[in-house]
Design a protein around this ligand. Structure first.
Ligand SMILES: [Zn+2]
Length: 310
């Protein structure tokens, strides 16, 4: 208790020291003008080293956060914190929102009217993911398809994935949200544009998977990749192509808006990303039970961020 109290205001000692030193410096500079420079240098050094020390103390721990996925960890519990959708549902939003400029129907998260283009103040401010944070349902985006050239496509549905991680791998260590969100966009032609970390996938086919499919075709390789702490060069044959695993992990659906099949926020799944040249394969394996999404195999192309204009 006593120890806590003395340490309760970090930096207060520095403040008091600073005030005393400042008064001392003023007095000394009046009496001995030549001392001012030496004192100022000494003061500067003190606060530089003290600042460096505090910064170093804050940096430790936070930088090692990385989603890990080990065999025994796959079925560990997922912490039941509210999703973005839960938080939004708690806010009372009037129905039938209209653009103040043109009267067109707008969504509570819209930042821009899709019809007249005027700026809107969103009633709900979604957290800003690193990519596609400003893309809203109903707008158009341009994607340079590696084979078909520039496509102008309307956004029909927006999906927020929350990244999950475990502090250490183990069956009893809960999965928690990292606070990082990635966005998937359903576009015209049934295309799905998915961003994960710094990767962008333009997925153009999706087929349902059964648990048996996943256990037979993908799970053994994902396990091998997990056991190497995601460093091994794990390859497998599927649909007469040779695939290399590039990432595995776990996610929770945080928010979904727009048209088409809705995936219930709160649904938890695992993913496997594998590449074969510029081809990409995405396995989404939702936890059974509850109202999770459907296990799906997506296939498509890896594209560059510069191929997308929002
Ligand atoms: Zn408008």
């Amino acid at each position: 208790m006593m120890m806590n109290r003395t340490a309760s205001v970090p930096g207060s000692a520095d403040l008091i020291f600073g005030v005393i030193a400042l008064i001392f410096l003023c007095v000394m500079s009046l009496i001995f003008p030549s001392f001012t420079g030496i004192l100022a240098l000494w003061l500067a050094f003190y606060f530089f080293s003290s600042g460096m020390h505090i910064m170093r103390a804050q940096n430790t721990g936070a930088s090692t956060m990385r989603p890990v996925m080990a065999v025994s960890a796959a079925n560990a519990p997922v912490v039941n914190t509210p999703t973005l959708a839960d938080k939004m549902a708690a806010i009372n939003i009037p129905k039938d929102l209209k653009c103040p400029s043109c009267g067109a129907a707008i969504r509570p998260t819209d930042k821009k009217c899709n019809y007249c283009g005027s700026s809107l103040v969103p009633l709900i401010d979604l957290p800003q993911p690193a990519n596609f944070g400003d893309v809203q349902v109903g707008q158009s985006i341009q994607v340079t398809h590696p084979k078909q050239g520039v496509l102008t496509l309307t956004v029909h549905r927006r999906l927020y994935y929350g990244e999950l991680w475990q502090e250490s791998s183990g069956p009893n260590v809960p999965w928690t949200t990292t606070g990082t969100y990635f966005v998937g966009l359903t576009l015209d032609r049934d295309l799905f544009l998915l961003n994960w970390q710094s990767r962008f996938y333009l997925l153009d086919s999706h087929t349902p998977l059964t648990d048996m499919d996943i256990n037979r075709d993908f799970a053994p390789y994902a396990r091998q990749f997990a056991m190497s702490n995601q460093t091994a060069d794990v390859r497998f044959q599927y649909a007469s192509e040779n695939w290399k695993i590039i990432d595995i992990g776990k996610f929770r659906i945080e928010y979904c808006d727009g048209d088409g099949a809705q995936i219930s926020p709160g649904s938890v799944g695992r993913f496997i990303h594998a590449s074969s040249g510029s081809d990409v394969l995405v396995v989404e394996d939702y936890q059974s039970g509850g109202s999770g999404g459907l296990d799906t195999l997506w296939k498509g192309l890896i594209i560059q961020q510069s191929d997308i204009k929002t």
